[in-house]
Design a protein around this ligand. Structure first.
Ligand SMILES: Nc1nc2c(ncn2[C@@H]2O[C@H](COP(=O)(O)OP(=O)(O)OP(=O)(O)O)[C@@H](O)[C@H]2O)c(=O)[nH]1
Length: 382
C-alpha cells in the first residue's frame, strides 16, 4: 500500500502532470470563450475597457499555459524538471483563478440580484469543471478554486441582503461538498499512479531476475561457457536454420589431452583452473554472431560454428591451437609426445542434409576419437 501523503515517484508525478496538462488546448479555447460569454451577458452594464483588459489577460494566460505545455512535452523526459513544471502549473492556476475572482468582484459591484445569482452559478460551474479536469492533482484544484470561490463568497456577504446571503451559503455548501468528494477521488488516483509505478518496478526487477536466472541456467558454473543443455538447444536451432537457409553449420568437439595425468600431477583444483583457461581461449575464438562455445562435459568442449564449412572450422581450430601454444599452460605429465604444455584434440565436421543432432555429434565425436588415436594434439576433419 502507498502511505497516505507519501511523496510521488517521478513517474507518478509525470502521470499527474500529463493529466493536468492534457486539458491545456481545451482550456485555451474554453477560458476565453467563457470570458467572452460573461462579457456578452453583462455588456450593457460593464466598463468595456476594463472588460477588454480582463479578456486580454485571460487570453494571454491561456496562450502562456499552452506554451508551458509545449515546453513540458519537449523536456518532460528530464525527471529533474518535473517539480519545476508542477510549480509553474500551480502558479498558472492561481493566476487564472484570481482573474475569475476579480471578475466576480467587479460584477458584484453592480449590486443586482440576477448578477449575484449568475456569479454564484459561475463559481459553481467553473469550480466543478476544475474539480473534474484537475482530479489528478489536489494542489491544482485548491490553487484554482480558492481564488475563484473566495472573492465571490466574500463579495456576496459584503453586499448583504437575504438573496446574497442565501447565494453565499449555497456557494459555501457547494465548496465543502466539492472538497469532501474530490479529495478521496484525488487520493485514489494518486495511489493508483504510485501503485502502477511500484508494479512497473516489480515487473522490471522480476524480468531482470528471470533474465539472470535464464542466463545462469544456460551457463556452466566452472568455465562460464554455455552448458550442455544450452548447447543442445542451440545446436538444434542452428541445424534447423541451416536446413531452412540451405547454409552450412560446423561442429567441433574438443578434448583436453591427457587431462587425467594433469589432475594427478597438479591436483584437481589446478585442473579446474586449466579448464577455465582453455574455456577462455575457446570463448575468445567464437565471437561472431551465432557462434557458441560450450562445455560438453568433463574436460570436453564443443563449438557450434554457423555458416562455416568443415574446412573453415578446421582453420578456426588451428588458430585456437596456436593460441594455446602461445599461452603454454604447463603440463609436465602430458602423454602427448614431445610436449610439456596443455594441448587439445578436436573432431571437426559439418552438417549433412540427412543429419539429426545425434548423428551430427556422433560424427564429430568419431573425428575426435581419430585425433586421439592418431597421437592427440591435432584436429581431424570428416
Ligand atoms: N579438474 C577437473 N577434472 C575433471 C573435470 N571433469 C573431468 N575431469 C577429469 O578429466 C579426466 C579425464 O580423463 P580421461 O577421460 O581418462 O581422459 P584423458 O586423461 O584426458 O586422456 P585422453 O583424453 O585420452 O587424452 C578425469 O580424470 C576426470 O576426473 C573437472 O571439472 N575438473
Amino acid at each position: 500500500m502507498v502511505a497516505k501523503g507519501s511523496a510521488d515517484s517521478s513517474s507518478a508525478l509525470r502521470k499527474r502532470l500529463d493529466s493536468i496538462f492534457s486539458h491545456s488546448y481545451t482550456l485555451a479555447v474554453a477560458d476565453p470563450f467563457a470570458a467572452i460569454l460573461i462579457l456578452y451577458i453583462f455588456r450593457s452594464s460593464l466598463d468595456l475597457i476594463a472588460g477588454g483588459i480582463w479578456l486580454a489577460l485571460i487570453v494571454a494566460l491561456s496562450i502562456a499555459r499552452v506554451r508551458l505545455f509545449k515546453v513540458y512535452k519537449r523536456v518532460a523526459k528530464r525527471t529533474s524538471t518535473l517539480m519545476k513544471f508542477h510549480t509553474w502549473f500551480i502558479a498558472f492556476c492561481i493566476l487564472q483563478g484570481a482573474l475569475y475572482g476579480m471578475g466576480w468582484v467587479y460584477l458584484l459591484q453592480l449590486n443586482d440580484p440576477i448578477v449575484s445569482a449568475i456569479v454564484a452559478l459561475g463559481i459553481i460551474a467553473i469550480s466543478a469543471f476544475c474539480a473534474v479536469g484537475y482530479a489528478a492533482d489536489w494542489r491544482a484544484i485548491i490553487a484554482f478554486v480558492t481564488p475563484v470561490i473566495l472573492p465571490g463568497l466574500i463579495g456576496l456577504v459584503w453586499l448583504g441582503a437575504n438573496i446574497n446571503y442565501a447565494l453565499a451559503l449555497m456557494v459555501l455548501l457547494y465548496s465543502i461538498v466539492m472538497i469532501k468528494t474530490t479529495r478521496p477521488v484525488n487520493r485514489s488516483i494518486h495511489e493508483a499512479y504510485n501503485l502502477n509505478e511500484q508494479l512497473q518496478q516489480q515487473i522490471a526487477i522480476r524480468e531482470e531476475a528471470e533474465a539472470k536466472l535464464l542466463a545462469l541456467s544456460r551457463q556452466d558454473g566452472l568455465t562460464q561457457l554455455a552448458n550442455r543443455r544450452y548447447f543442445d538447444e542451440c545446436l538444434d536451432i542452428e541445424m534447423r536454420r541451416a536446413k531452412r537457409d540451405a547454409s552450412s553449420v560446423s561442429l567441433v568437439i574438443i578434448d583436453v589431452d591427457s587431462f587425467k595425468t594433469y589432475n594427478d600431477h597438479y591436483g584437481h583444483l589446478q585442473g579446474d583452473e586449466c579448464l577455465v583457461k582453455v574455456a577462455h581461449v575457446l570463448a575468445n575464438h567464437t565471437r561472431r554472431a551465432g557462434e557458441l562455445a560450450a562445455r560438453f562435459g568433463g574436460e570436453e568442449f564443443a563449438l557450434i560454428l554457423p555458416n562455416m564449412s568443415a574446412a573453415e572450422a578446421h582453420r578456426r581450430i588451428e588458430s585456437i591451437n596456436n593460441t594455446l601454444r602461445e599461452l603454454a599452460i604447463e603440463h609436465r605429465a602430458s602423454l602427448v609426445a614431445d610436449t610439456s604444455i596443455v594441448t587439445i584434440s578436436s573432431g571437426v565436421t559439418d552438417m549433412l542434409a540427412a543429419d539429426d543432432s545425434l548423428s551430427f555429434i556422433r560424427r564429430a565425436d568419431k573425428a575426435l576419437y581419430a585425433a586421439k588415436s592418431a597421437g592427440r594434439n591435432r584436429a581431424i576433419r570428416v
